[in-house]
Design a protein around this ligand. Sequence first.
Ligand code: CDP
Length: 205
Amino acid sequence: MARAFTIAIDGPAAAGKGTLSKAVAAHFGFAHLDTGLLYRAVGAKLLLGMDAVMAARTLTTDDLQAEDLRSPEVAQAASKVAVIADVRSALLDFQRSFARRAGGAVLDGRDIGTVICPNAEAKLFVTASAEVRADRRFAELAASGSAISRAQVLADVKERDARDRDRAEAPLKPAADAILIDTSDMDIDTAVAEAIAAIEARLAD
Ligand code: CDP
C-alpha cells in the first residue's frame, strides 16, 4: 500500500508484542519498529556510565545492534531511563516519522497508541498474566544461555510493569480505542490470527 497506515501494539513486559508485531508486519508487508529497543539502547549506555538524556539525543541506528540489549539488566535500565521526560521526547520524532512512512508501519511499545501515534489506524493492547509472561521470558532467556531463575524473572517483570504503569510520563495503559488481546491461554498462532482479523476490520473501514 502506498498510503501511511499505522498499527500500534502496546502491552506490559514480555506479553508477546515482539512476536506478534513481527508476524503482523510480515502479513501486511509493513515495516516494523520495536520501540523497546530504543529505550534498551539508552539503558545500555547508562550502564556504561553515559548520561541518559545525552544517550537518547545522540542515539544512532548502530546503537540498536549493540550486544546484550535483551539482557535482564538492560531491561531494568531501560525502564529506569524511560521515566525521564527528556529521554522520551528525544525519541519522539524518530518514532513518529517511522509511523507515517509510506507503505504502512507496525510499532510496538508502551505508549504508541496513547502518546506516539494517538491517531493510529489500528491499536492493539496485548496482555497476559504476570506468571505466563514470566514463563515465556524465562524460556527465552534460558534458551539464550542465561542462568537467571524463574523467580527472578517474575520479580523483574512485576517491578518493570509497576515502574512503567506508575510513571508520570506516558504511563503504560491501553488507549481508549485499543482492541484488547489477552494471550494468557492462547498460543501464538491464535493470537496472530486474532490480531490480523481485528486489523483487517480497521483496514476495510
Ligand atoms: O520486551 P519487553 O516487553 O520485556 O520490553 P521492551 O518492549 O523491550 O521495553 C523495555 C522497557 O522500555 C520497558 O519496560 C519500558 O520501560 C520502556 N519502553 C517505554 O517506556 N516505551 C516504549 N514505547 C517502549 C519501551
